[in-house]
Design a protein. Structure first.
Length: 349
């Protein structure tokens, strides 16, 4: 059995976080941006060194800042080499700050500009020019290649609703969140899976259970999609309250995959919702705009908006005698409508 396998059957197996993280960590496993909330220490520097991967995955501000710093650093280095060659290394230089003259001559050489006013004199300066011209050709080729790889790398930009909801659904309730494609490109064969992660009653290990969805796959994804998990008696969260979800450190892990027509490649994205990111007793507002000339459109700015609604609960409160018959949904009592899942100072209904 693989390391991290909890040995409890297919629904309870660890998903790759390891048994220690699954059994001890109370932090969220998956951040909202899709990154994993773990760290790896102790790797040898050269083993963990991956400059190409880092250049591809770092943010655009960091990448552009690194390019600018590298460009300035290289020219400062070669300016120092020209300066070390002596006062007569560059002919045609006007009087003034000699280091600045060396720096700007390095810029012209590195970028193969060559205005012709400054020329190297002697063996040492010409050797430095030879080395810098080679370095410049390789540097610009590498920078261009990495830039192209960054802009051509297929990625999904799926926008998730800020909150997930416990909403009325066909006489019961459902766990819901909403997604929309953040790019103008078209995605097809989009599939989503949701896993419910929670600590077992003994608090020693996590259980990972897939949630049955109303619809797990759509052929086209031109507008928005409300992902729905009906909370019926077969649901692992049936009968749980907000406090129960907090106690077991519940987390809903979301994985979405699809085929991007622009790149002709599969793309994927991840996110998650914790118990305190769920609003109980609400329904998402309608995204659709009034039709214009028969064309459908949505207002993505309303993706996170929802209305409070009375809730028919499939989650009976602990000790509620009506919970004995789980097939009978019931309205929430007034005191239950003040669940902490509501916004501060507000009540459902």
């Amino acid at each position: 059995m693989a390391e991290g396998d909890l040995g409890q059957g297919p629904l309870d197996r660890d998903l790759g976080f390891g048994s220690v993280v699954s059994g001890q960590s109370r932090a969220r496993l998956l951040n909202r941006d899709g990154s994993f909330n773990v760290e790896r220490d102790g790797l040898n520097f050269f083993t963990s060194l991956s400059p190409y991967h880092s250049l591809l995955t770092m943010s655009w501000p960091h990448f552009l800042g690194l390019v600018v710093l590298g460009y300035l650093g290289v020219n400062l280095l070669f300016a120092g080499a020209y300066y070390a060659c002596g006062p007569g290394a560059l002919s045609g230089a006007p009087t003034g700050n000699r280091f600045l003259q060396c720096f700007f001559f390095s810029v012209q050489t590195f970028a193969t500009i060559g205005y012709g006013k400054l020329t190297p004199e002697g063996l040492a300066p010409n050797l430095v020019v030879t080395l810098e011209s080679l370095f410049g050709l390789l540097g610009f080729a590498l920078a261009t290649g990495v830039l192209f790889a960054r802009v051509s790398r297929p990625t999904a930009r799926i926008v998730f609703s800020e909150k997930a909801l416990i909403a009325p659904y066909r006489g019961i309730t459902a766990f819901e969140f909403r997604i929309v494609n953040g790019r103008s490109s078209q995605l097809i064969d989009v599939a989503v899976s949701v896993l419910f992660s929670s600590f077992k009653p003994d608090g020693k290990a996590r259980a990972f259970e897939p949630l049955a969805l109303e619809r797990q796959k759509v052929a086209f994804f031109p507008l928005a999609w409300t992902v729905v998990h009906p909370i019926d008696p077969s649901s692992p969260i049936f009968g749980m309250s907000y406090e129960d979800l907090l106690e077991i450190d519940a987390e809903f892990l979301v994985l979405l995959t699809g085929f991007d027509e622009t790149f002709s490649q599969n793309v994927h994205t991840r996110s998650s919702y914790k118990a305190d990111e769920i609003v109980w007793g609400a329904r998402f507002v309608n995204l659709f705009n009034p039709p214009r000339d028969g064309i459908l459109s949505i207002d993505v700015s309303r993706l996170d908006e929802y209305d409070r609604v009375p809730l028919v609960s499939a989650l009976p409160a602990p000790g509620d005698p009506r919970a004995a018959d789980p097939s009978r949904p019931r309205p929430l009592e007034p005191e239950e409508l003040a669940s902490p899942l509501a916004l501060p100072g507000e009540r459902f209904g």
